[in-house]
Design a protein around this ligand. Structure first.
Ligand SMILES: Cc1cc2nc3c(=O)[nH]c(=O)nc-3n(C[C@H](O)[C@H](O)[C@H](O)COP(=O)(O)OP(=O)(O)OC[C@H]3O[C@@H](n4cnc5c(N)ncnc54)[C@H](O)[C@@H]3O)c2cc1C
Length: 378
């Protein structure tokens, strides 16, 4: 890592001029340079220069979760504040192309005009589409609609070696098979900057309902394709969507207290946040584990197998024991916020780590993009 003054003098004048010209005055951060490219080509030029000079670089959307993982300190921050527009919305094709810096809320409120949704995380205030994709984050409605990566049709990105690449296909029906669009979803900015994203959209249900129930698992067994089934320390709720008749009939059959909206739980904002991902059948046991490690707030997604929890202070031994249990059932425990030197945020690296290492080396040969943010400190 360079100290700021050293970096500025070490750079070639053409690079210095590029970084100065793109300086992002809206972001106050502790880095030698914060730049906001206005196109993916400009982002690629920035990354080519950064790779050439070996500058550790990070990316920033809304900046909500930038502390996740264990990234090395960066001398250069590339923001997406100037890549934040709706580029091409095709309501009749149920697709939209957006700049990665577009806030999720802005997209959802725009496309709600035609009763459409991108089914991105519901409580992601200020989060950008690029940040959500980079984190591989999905919303609660993944129970019905699948994870976010299933809706990413195409991605244009600036790689760590400073080239613009496009992966996937902009149409819903395509036979291109596995592609880069899925690869970059969840890559946490380790391969380059996601600049532009094509998403598949869904029609919003005509009617929705939140039904409070006593027993989430039992109510889920009696319900056909709910949007989500969530349990928190305050109780359990089923979230329904469909035609007015279907929703009303299901709510009556479940027999709980119903309200005609989707009342999502408040997001967890505790200083330490962990996420357990386990087989759906193990969710009740995962709830017991997060209670045991002192979770004050938790949100369990029945049918999906994710339990997010907030803790006041990190109990290293307790989190280690909970992680050992999660890994023993082929799951994982990730410390999303508040990890320190005493605990790895990710846990045991997956068997695919060698493949991940080769992918990282191919996209980011100089190793400048969010260095060591991934599992295994890649
Ligand atoms: C592993 C993980 C799982 C999560 N799961 C969920 C979930 O299921 N539901 C939910 O609601 N929230 C989830 N979150 C939180 C979610 O990450 C945030 O809501 C969202 O990522 C924040 O968006 P942001 O624009 O503020 O991103 P930032 O905080 O700005 O960035 C997040 C990360 O992505 C990188 N990044 C940002 N923009 C780009 C880009 N354009 N190209 C490349 N890299 C970029 C950053 O360097 C940083 O590492 C999860 C977070 C993580 C890390």
């Amino acid at each position: 890592m360079f100290r700021s003054a050293e970096l500025v003098t070490a750079l070639r004048s053409v690079t210095r001029e590029l970084f100065e010209r793109l300086r992002d005055e809206t972001v106050d951060a502790d880095a030698a340079y914060v730049v906001a490219p206005a196109s993916i080509e400009e982002a690629a030029a920035v990354l080519a220069a950064a790779a050439d000079a070996g500058i550790p670089t990070t990316f920033r959307g809304g900046g909500n979760r930038r502390q996740t993982g264990a990234p090395a300190a960066a001398d250069l921050i590339v923001t997406t504040t100037r890549l934040a527009s709706i580029i091409d919305w095709r309501p009749d094709d149920l697709t939209v192309i957006v700049g990665a810096g577009l806030p999720v809320d802005d997209l959802e409120s725009e496309i709600a005009e035609r009763s459409q949704t991108a089914v991105l995380p519901e409580t992601a205030a200020g989060s950008t589409i690029g940040g959500v994709l980079a984190a591989g984050a999905s919303g609660y409605r993944r129970l019905r609609y699948g994870p976010t990566r299933d809706r990413v049709l195409q991605v244009r990105m600036a790689t760590g070696y400073g080239k613009v690449v496009t992966g996937g296909s902009p149409v819903v029906k395509s036979s291109t098979g596995y592609g880069m669009a899925r690869l970059v979803t969840g890559s946490l900015g380790s391969l380059g900057l996601i600049g532009e994203v094509t998403l598949k959209l869904w029609s919003r249900p005509l009617a929705v309902s939140t039904v409070r129930v006593d027993d989430a698992a039992a109510a889920y067994r009696r319900t056909y394709r709910p949007l989500a089934v969530l349990e928190t320390p305050d109780g359990a709720s089923l979230y329904l969507g469909g035609s007015a008749n279907q929703v009303a009939a299901q709510a009556v059959a479940i027999g709980g207290r119903a309200s005609p909206n989707l009342a999502w739980p408040e997001p967890i904002t505790d200083p330490v946040r962990v996420e357990m991902r386990v087989p759906a059948a193990c969710v009740e046991e995962a709830i017991r584990w997060v209670q045991r490690i002192g979770a004050t707030r938790w949100i369990a997604q029945h049918g999906v197998g994710i339990v997010s929890a907030g803790i006041d202070a990190l109990d290293v031994a307790g989190v280690g024991a909970a992680r050992a249990w999660a890994e023993s059932v082929s799951g994982a425990l990730v410390v999303l916020a508040g990890a320190d030197d005493r605990i790895d945020p990710w846990g045991t690296p997956p068997p695919s780590i060698e493949i991940q290492r080769r992918i990282k080396a191919a996209f980011d040969p100089a190793g400048i993009c969010n260095p060591s943010i991934l599992p295994g400190r890649l």
